[in-house]
Structure formats: C-alpha cells, structure tokens
Write a protein that binds this ligand. Structure first.
Ligand code: WTA
Length: 649
C-alpha cells in the first residue's frame, strides 16, 4: 500500500489561524536545531520566572557522563505558573471541568478556586511537616483533588509520585518504598463505569507491607462515603485538614533542575522504574507542545481522556493546559458507560473543541459501529489527537470520519513517560496527515534510525528509533538509580537516547512507529514489562517457569499471552488457569490480566538457556509458518509441542 494514497493536506483555513503554518514550522524547527540555546531561551519566556535563566542548555548523552540540565540557574514555581499568574486575567475562567462517572454529576472549578484550594492543601501539607524535597504518593480517582494535590506539592517543593488508581496494593507499596514517601493522598473509593474501587482499603493493605513504615500519614478524600477502616493518628480526612487552612500560601522558589515529580513506568527488565522529571524544562516543554500540537487557542475547551496516573495525564491534563491558562476537562469515568455514546455526549455537553484520546478507546467504539455516535453531534470539535500506541490506519480513518465528522485534523502524537512531552507529531496548520504516521519531529527534537550496531540509517528505511540530542522535557534520571538510567537509555547506542521503539521513515521523512523492540508490552496503551508479569507468575507455588509475550489484539493493540511450565506433580486444569490469572491481577492490577494462558511442558531455549521469545511471539500470533531457524535450540521438539497445543485458536 502506498502511503501517498491517504494524505490529508492542511486546509488553508486551519493554516491561517494556527500558531504555526508550514513556513513557520520549517523556520522554527531549523532554528531549534541550529541554535538550541537561543531557541529555548526565547521559549522559556512563556513561563514566569523568579530568576530568569541565563544558562540554557548543559547536556551530555555520553554513556560515561549522562548529565542533563536545562535553565540550570533559573528559579520558578510550577504551581505559580499554572495558577497565580492567571488570576488577574482569568481568575473567573473555568480551569477544570469535571465530568463525573455518573452523567448527572459535573462541576466547574475556576482558576481562583483552584488557586485557593491548592494553597489550602499546601498549608495542610506543611502542617504535617512536608516540605521541599519530601515525596508524596498520590493514589487518586480522576477528581479535581488529584490536580490540586499535584499542584500543592509543586507549590511547596514536594515531589509527587502519582500511582495509577488501577494498581494493586503491592504496586502501591513498592512505589511508596521506592520514593520514600511520608504521606499518601488517596480517596475512600473511586468510581469508574458504575463500579467502586476501594482505594483506601488498597492503601491500608499496601501499608502493612514491610518497608512502608516511612509512610506516616494517609490523607483521604471523601468521594463516595463508602465504608472504610480508620487508623487513628495515621489517617486524616482531606476536607478536615484542608477546609480550615488559609487560602494563601507562598510559592517556594525552586531551581529549574529541582525535581517536580517521579513517575513509575515499566521497562524490559526488573521492577518498574521511577523516572525523575524536573521543574523548568519540563514545564516549558509541556506548555509549548500543548499549545502547538493541539493548536490551543484562547477559550478552547480541551479534553484529554487519559488518567492522571499516566504521564499523559501529568503533561496534558494538568501541567501543559494549566500553564497555558486553558480549560481542561477531567473525566472520572470510561467512554463506554453508561452507554457507548458517552464520549460523544460528553463532547456535546461541554462543547469540547479538542479531543485527545487513545487508539484502544477508538477501536472499542468502532467495534460497535457508526451508530454509537448517533446520540451526539460533536459539532464543537475542531481537532482530534491520539496517543499511547500505534494507531492503525482503519482506526485513524474511523476516528477522523465518524467521531470528527470528517472535518477535524487528527494529530497522532508519539512520546513516552521518559520524554515528558510530545516528540513526534503533526502540527495542525503545518503538516499534511497520513493515517497511521506520527509524521514529523517537534521543535528541538532530532530523531534518527539506527541498525542494531548503532549505525545511523539514511533516507527511507526502518530501524531502531533514537534521539540524538537533549530536549527540555526529558527525564533526568531514575529516582535513586542514575546508573540504571544510563544503562537503560544510553548504553545501547553511545551518545544517543534509545527509545525502545522500532520505526520506519518514508520518502517524505515521515515517521511511522512500529512498536516496541524490547520486552515491553503495550496493552490498551498501558506499558507493561514481560519480566514483571513473569516474576509475578513464578512466585506462585504451582509455577516452575513462565514466559510472557504480546500478540496482536483487535481492541487492545496487544494482548498478554502466557506460557507456563508447571512444577512436577502439578496437574494442569482450567481452574488453575483462572487462579493464575487472578494471581497476576491481584499482584499487579487488572491491566495485567492475561488474555491467554498456555501450558508449556518445555520452553524453547538456546543451548545457553536463553528463552527464544521470537519463537514464542510467532506462535502466540499464529504465525507458525515463519518461525525461522530453530536449529540452535537445545530441544527443537518443544516448538512442535507448543504449536500443536496453541491456546489462542
Ligand atoms: C508507545 C505514553 C505509536 C511507544 C505517552 C512508546 C506510541 C510507549 C505512541 C510509551 C504513538 C506512545 N504511536 N506508539 N502515537 N504513543 N506509543 O511511557 O511504544 O506510557 O515507547 O507514554 O508507548 O508509553 P508511555
């Protein structure tokens, strides 16, 4: 299929009103590469600095000395940038539109209200002895208090670590320990799709785990009024701690390189790692990308459907939009509840202009046919965005034609937790669209494709995606383990940031992300390490060995396929499959639920004992004809056995 068949050119009308048309993009992009210092010095002015930076870029990707600093002599406060500076001009403007899980529940929070509530919480945190450099774990529903908690931490210089509300108690415990958090902020329960999730119970369970003693307090937002246990002295109600506080709280002056947050994400090996993001560069980059990629214009209503537990929620629900004085919609529920028309109905109800969502949500709706959009007109929409995983051209076209009524540009945005903000994406007024392609690099981004030896490949080709130079939004380190940061991202190809993604570049210089080239799965846009799931499985007494791979899944993008070798004397059964499935759900969280479990009397291994995942992936994908060379296996017969008993028929 030729890429040329499906090009959606930029319309003149959009180019005229956009922040960047073709010429502007070209000129600014060239400037950003030729002279990053002056480019980013200028861009930093979009923020309000207590001390404006004079030293702009001081970065090294060399594997002997990975050191990344932006604006390093500048001082600022992120909360003041997201709140205080808007008070005069837009104090009464809605900052957050909150849409509840129940379609009858919604509220508007103005910039002034957000400012006051943030200050009150900041004062309450100080009363608990939390201050600059302390870490706070947030395990919250999608309610305004989640944004307030993030901003309150930023205001006093505390570092937040948001843990996705779908994770298990063990995952919470691991992250409380990893970040050394003295406080957890949570809610009694969260509500999604009509179901209640016992957040506070999960925190209680997490804090019984060894090593979590550092956590002295649990602050609880009353969301549902559901039944919870209470530990006197440790637990406190959010409203009781906060209501009594002053609505003024001075914003701490932070160095541009002071940490703003930690966010855990999965890698190909070991436990999830806490990426460290800092203050000045991160906010500059989040704000700038939000403005240009979504072409955010004054007065627009903007909706990103992500959860604040993921980086997309950090950069494009909270920090980017609020830094730009935008109105950002925060949705507590799921697009399929109470009916599949909900997404469009929320767009109509709040007159949403910009809708940023994930391919998996689009595919789930698409599976129900065009009729799911009949309950809404979506006339307010002007722009669509996609993130989290490759979007297949069919889903792209459906998103564009049905949800967007065929008249809204669709920006497919490629980026990662590590990158802090969008890296490769079209600009609506500048880039012709090709369904399935994230198109062109953002300002300051130098992508390249390399072969497995790190040789740069030129022209139209396919390879491993690397980034050749630093940009302000990138993570600076892994919390408490800089060596692991260097190992993970800078040691594969010296002097380059390795993304872990494969990518194709076409003859027009457009980038097409092909998916992970490492052992990371992307299930419904959620990142998961196969190693994490495997280590959960082998902790079960019945399991001798386990290998986890991804396989193509119509809705989720990738599904989780598990091969399990049982211990001697253990009989395989459907009950045991169910038990193992529940085990993983309980250990990691529902997002890690296995799709397929296959009993594997043996796993294909090399003579040195390494599992050949390439073969397991092929079998899971039912591509058994193209297994390639199996002669290097210690016991090639296990492959025939696995093919014969494929579970995913
Ligand atoms: C994948 C989410 C193709 C990719 C912001 C990346 C994508 C990983 C896209 C990061 C996209 C994200 N097209 N693939 N538009 N966006 N990915 O850290 O494999 O949760 O490495 O960040 O998701 O996932 P993460």
């Amino acid at each position: 299929m030729s890429d040329q068949q499906h090009v959606y050119p930029v319309s003149d009308a959009i180019a005229q009103r956009a922040w960047a048309d073709r010429e502007t993009y070209q000129a600014m992009y060239q400037h950003s590469l030729d002279d990053p210092e002056s480019f980013w010095k200028e861009q930093a002015k979009r923020l309000e600095w207590i001390t404006p930076p004079t030293r702009i870029k001081n970065t090294s990707f060399s594997r002997d000395n990975v050191d990344i600093r932006w604006f390093e002599d500048g001082e600022l406060n992120v909360a003041a940038n997201c709140l205080d500076r808007h008070l005069e001009t837009r104090g009464d403007q809605t900052a957050i539109i909150w849409e509840g899980d129940d379609p009858n529940e919604a509220k508007h929070v103005t910039y002034r209200e957000l400012y006051e509530r943030t200050n009150q919480l900041a004062n309450a945190l100080k009363e608990l002895g939390i201050g600059k450099g302390d870490t706070v774990t947030l395990y919250m529903p999608m309610i305004p208090e989640a944004a307030i908690a993030m901003l309150a931490c930023a205001r006093i210089g505390a570092v937040h670590s948001v843990v996705f509300g779908g994770f298990s108690p063990d995952a919470v415990a691991q992250r409380v320990i990893g970040a050394d958090s003295r406080l957890v902020i949570t809610a009694d329960e969260s509500v999604r799709g009509g179901k209640h999730v016992p957040l506070k119970d999960n925190v209680d369970a997490a804090l019984t785990r060894k090593g979590t003693e550092v956590c002295q307090h649990v602050m609880v937002v009353k969301r549902t009024g559901g039944d919870i246990d209470w530990q006197q002295g440790r637990d406190l109600w959010f409203h009781e701690a906060v209501d009594k506080q002053s609505t003024e709280c001075p914003a701490e002056a932070m160095n541009a390189e002071d940490p703003l947050f930690i966010l855990y994400t999965s890698g190909s090996t070991g436990a999830p790692k806490g990426l460290k993001h800092t203050t000045g560069g991160y906010l500059t980059y989040a704000a700038m990308t939000h403005q240009y990629v979504f072409d955010y214009q004054e007065g627009d209503i903007y909706w990103c459907t992500a959860d604040v537990g993921w980086v997309t929620g950090h950069s494009y629900i909270v920090y980017g939009p609020l830094a730009n004085g935008a109105t950002t919609l925060m949705f507590e529920g799921v697009p399929s509840y109470p009916t599949h028309g909900r997404l469009g109905e929320v767009v109509d109800k709040h007159k949403v202009n910009i809708l940023y969502t994930a391919p998996t949500a689009v595919r789930a709706l698409m599976a129900h046919g065009d009729k799911v959009m009949e309950t809404s007109s979506r006339e307010s929409l002007r722009l669509l965005g996609s993130v989290g995983e490759p979007i297949n051209p069919e889903a792209w076209e459906w998103f564009h034609r049905v949800i967007g009524n065929g008249r809204c540009p669709l920006v497919d945005t490629w980026w990662q937790t590590e990158t802090g903000g969008i890296m490769i994406a079209p600009l609506p007024g500048a880039t012709d669209l090709k369904p399935g392609s994230a198109t062109k690099p953002f300002f300051g981004i130098k992508p390249a494709l390399v072969d497995n030896e790190g040789q740069e490949l030129e022209g139209a080709t396919e390879g491993n995606l690397v980034i050749l130079d630093s940009w302000p939004g990138q993570a600076r380190s892994i919390w408490g383990d800089h060596e692991r940061f260097v190992q993970t991202y800078f040691s594969t190809y010296d002097g380059m940031y390795f993304t872990g993604d494969g990518c194709r570049r076409d003859e027009d210089g457009y980038y097409w992300i092909t998916g992970r080239v490492d052992d990371v799965l992307n299930v419904s846009g959620h990142r998961m390490g196969t190693a994490e799931i495997e280590s959960s499985l082998v902790a079960h007494t019945a399991v001798a060995e386990a290998a986890v791979v991804g396989f193509p899944h119509d809705i989720k993008g990738q599904g989780i396929y598990i091969y399990v070798t049982l211990n001697d004397g253990i009989e395989p059964s459907d009950e045991l499959k169910k038990e193992l499935s529940l085990w993983v759900r309980k250990d990691i969280g529902p997002i890690a639920s296995p799709d397929v479990i296959q009993w594997a009397p043996g796993l294909p291994k090399t003579r040195s004992g390494k599992i050949m995942r390439r073969i397991l992936r092929k079998i899971a994908a039912n591509e058994c004809d193209g297994l390639g060379d199996t002669s290097t296996l210690a016991d090639p017969s296990v492959v025939d056995e696995l093919i014969e008993h494929r579970a995913n028929k």
